[in-house]
Design a protein around this ligand. Sequence first.
Ligand SMILES: *Cc1c(COP(=O)(O)O)cnc(C)c1O
Length: 361
Amino acid sequence: MVKFLDLGKVNNRFRAEIDERIASVLDKGWYLQGEENDKFAEHFATYCGTKYALGVANGLDALRLIIKAAGFGVGDEIIVPANTYIATILAISDNGCTPVLVEPDVKTYNINPDLIEAAITPKTKAIMVVHLYGQAVQMEKIWEIAQKYNLKVFEDCAQAHGAYYQGKRVGNLSDAAAFSFYPGKNLGALGDAGAVVSNDKELIDKVKALANYGSDRKYHHIYKGLNSRLDEIQAAVLDIKLPLLDEDNARRREIAKYYRENIINPKIILPQIYDELAHVWHVFVVRTQERDKFQQYLSEQGVQTIIHYPTPPHKQLAYQEWNNRSYPITEEIHNTVISLPISPVMTADEVKQVVEVVNAW
Ligand SMILES: *Cc1c(COP(=O)(O)O)cnc(C)c1O
């Protein structure tokens, strides 16, 4: 069987080093806000090309903290793609802000920059882009709009660690960016973990205080904060795995290239790219009108797949107030997408098998 993602295999490549570093954390007896966090933050900022990084508890918190640190709340509107994982939108509404959904470009599945201006009102404060499925958003037009209307730009980089846009990594394309290191992401921890990166010292300091009960020094609480810190053990694991991220992403690109060149089936729509380095293939998403039948067939043939995602945020019970709205492109995408296995630990035989099975449908 071709597994969608063999996480055991992914992490066992680092087993000896992980065992050793976890033992060293245990020996030190220091579990939060210590050397492992400092080291990882420094290395991750360097990787992204940003001046600062800060580990937090998870990706959703990273997003929530950025919005909170920027000072946005009730009455403020934030533009966000309608076609995203719900976490991006939850982070906005959790702060009391109003998410303003904008349809994607059906070629990239990312927010369509041409539709943003029409969504701007006097209450708009920021544009939150999402580099969905691993492909960097083409930022040029978004930067122009942000400048014209004096808006902040934030990035949800949870699916795109290491992707480039115009020679810069995602995370370094905006005022502040959120990463998730959920185990299945391109850089994954052994549990929940996340980070905020930015070039803005004031903002990062505020995120840091907000993530620690709003405290800038012990027992001084300057904000109504949260508790969202990264464990030393998770920071250590991430620091071990980070040096292999580019190689892993390169392997993902190789598999994606093979799929794109060898999957030939008129019923399948393949993903489109505008630049090799802009995509890190967190998932390899194809579309077909008979998605559920296709998934059933693949499962019978021993190929595991996942749907990213079956129901758009505006059709979820959590956003009942939007259930009657229509975002046709987002809905079409959600009704037709299916993700084929892609991961740095897949063997060449497994990749070939996926292609054969898909072509035989
Ligand atoms: C995974 C993900 C998140 C949330 O990250 P967690 O660490 O699971 O909280 C946010 N946005 C997107 C696009 C994601 O894929």
